[in-house]
Structure formats: structure tokens, C-alpha cells
Design a protein around this ligand. Sequence first.
Ligand code: NAP
Length: 349
Amino acid sequence: MSAPKTMKAVVENDAEDGVVVKEIPIPPLEDNEILVKVDHVTLHVAALSTTGSIIGCDYAGTVVEVPGSVSHKRDHIKIGSRVAGWVHGGLFKDRGAFAQYLKVPADLTFPIPDDMPSDQACTFGIPFYTAFHALKHSQKGNWPPGKDHSWFLVYGGSSGVGLFTIQLAKMMGHKVITACSAGNFDLVKSYGADAVVEYKAGENAINEIKQITGGGVHKALDCISLPESNAFTIACFAPGKGQMNVILPPDAAAVSVRPDVDVQSTLLYTLWGRAFEFGPRAGPKMPLPALADDLKFHRELVARIPEYISLGFKAPPIEKRGGIDDIAQGLADMREGKLSGSRYVYTIA
Ligand SMILES: NC(=O)c1ccc[n+]([C@@H]2O[C@H](COP(=O)([O-])OP(=O)(O)OC[C@H]3O[C@@H](n4cnc5c(N)ncnc54)[C@H](OP(=O)(O)O)[C@@H]3O)[C@@H](O)[C@H]2O)c1
């Protein structure tokens, strides 16, 4: 094995805003796992982690160990391949993206296209998978694309999830209307949005969406999923049936105003097919079940990601912010709402 015995990792220490960089053992591999030397990661706000776990989900890196027992035999499962994906960070003491080395199941990492730099590849993690999880798996959207040219609402289009959702909804054949800050209008249009409104305009923005779409939408993803964004998104639905996805638990009061709209909460971590609970800072205990169908979808999605990326998906704009020791500051900046229209990316040496 070409890896040393220990590595640096960002570990949840459960103090307020608390993460700490620690030197810990490189984890032993489990069945069908390979070891990746991580080179770039991108951040999400960590509020759900359990104490002592390695945090971080989205990564890009290079394969450094493939045990002979690994049965998954695709071309990129070999030492030296560049790979990317996401893991369930913040749950395990020996598995998380914000570390120099990461163990991943061989069938749940994808090869980075030759012409894509790793600092962009690491953004094709949670936000990219979330768009597919909501639109393709949950809403059973048009794929192959082309049959349905109706309007699709992407609330929060300038977020990481939003920029990938705009692209996917367009590829599915929809016209896309999105809501973000005025300063990000040009950005969301450059990712394919046909129309954009300023969400801070509240009721006026909702009326504008209804006017542009000829009475409202029948499909939407709320990429922010706060009570106020749930309320905004559901108010944009046309009369009749609709499908709305949220990516955190929905606000019951907000979404109950339209019982004819099917509101589904799609939480990406269920794609690992195991039951789990979030850490203490996430609030009341909320056990999530093992969903075998989600794991099946996850495997099928990963196998097709190179094909999907080749359809023309663009990475969100990135902002390089330093190395592993700088991640805590990035998380603090994100909690203060400083991130807008880009992803913070860190180089892991
Ligand atoms: N289902 C899942 O498993 C899943 C997956 C990914 C993310 N999430 C959750 O989804 C949320 C978004 O994640 P992300 O990584 O995509 O976000 P992000 O890129 O970090 O979000 C930053 C963006 O959010 C926008 N924003 C913030 N507050 C807003 C509001 N009230 N209304 C509209 N836009 C707002 C900002 O837009 P402007 O600057 O234009 O205002 C900014 O561009 C997070 O809470 C995350 O935990 C859940």
C-alpha cells in the first residue's frame, strides 16, 4: 500500500460550530472498498454530524489501493485512476471526505472525465446527485428527455443544488423558472434558466411566476427547503395536481395549504440503503429507514454518471479557499450566509 499509517482529518467535536483537524489512523478497508487519496473537497453546512465522526461528503481524488478481493471490475477501479463522488460524512469515525484518505465502495465512485480538473469534479457530489434523486428517482421525470415541455420551478437556483437542478430540468425538456437574488440572475441564466425572479420580492415574485408560466407550475424543487421557501414554492403551483420536492423535512403548515400537491422530502443520505440518525445538533431525534430501492438507484446512477456528464453538465463556479486547516473557517462563513452562487473548494495535500 502506498499510503502512510495515519492521516489528517476534520472531525466533529460537538462544541458549538466545532470541528477540529486531527491525526488519525488510515481506516482499514471493508468488503468491496478501495482507498482514495483525496485532493479536492467542497463544503456543505455541517449541522447533522455525530461527535467524533469525520465530516465532509464531496470529494475528488486518486485511487491508491484496490484489494484483490474487490469484485467490481470497471476500468477506473485501478491504482492511479481519478475518481469523484460523495460519502455519508459526519456519521462514521473512519469515513468522511475531509481527510487525506477516504475509503469508498468500488461501485459508488465515478471516474472523472479526462478534460475535467479535480477542483471542478469534486462539485459533482451531493448537489448533482440531489438533482437526480429528486427529479429522476422521486418525480420520475422525463428521461430520455423531450416529451414534457412544461415549466419547472427551481426555488434557490443559485445554490449548488439549484445550479445542477436547472441543468437537469432543461435536459429533461422543461422550461425552467427559478428564484434567486438579483445579483445571481446572469449566473442562473448562464446555467439554462429561461426566466428568473427575485425571491426577496415575496408575493410580487410569486405573482410574476404565475404570470410568466401562464397560471403556475405543476413541478418544482425547493433547493433551500426552509419554512419560507416551502411556502413560496407551493404558492407557485397551478390549480390541479402537482409534484413538489423538498430536500429537508417539509414544514407541515406551509405545505398543507395544497393537499393536491404531492410533497416529497428526498434526503440524499438514504441512497446508502442503511438506517441512520443524525447527530445531536440536528434537533429532535429523527430515525431514517433503510431504503433498498434508493441504494439500487444510487448504483445505477453512479454507473451512468460519465454518460450524464458528457451531455454537457457544467460545474458550479468555484472559489478556492486553501487547505484542510481552512475548512472550519469555510463552514463558519457558510453558516453566516456568505456563500452566494459558488462552491467553496479546498485542496487536500
Ligand atoms: N436532500 C439532501 O440530502 C440535501 C442535499 C443537498 C443540500 N441539502 C440542503 O439544502 C440546502 C442547500 O444546499 P446547497 O449546498 O445547495 O446550498 P448552498 O449552495 O450552500 O446555498 C447557498 C445559496 O443559497 C441561496 N439561498 C440562501 N437562502 C435562501 C433563501 N431563503 N431563498 C433562496 N435562496 C437562498 C443563496 O442564494 P442567493 O445568494 O442568490 O440569495 C446562495 O446562492 C442546505 O440546507 C443543505 O443542507 C440537502
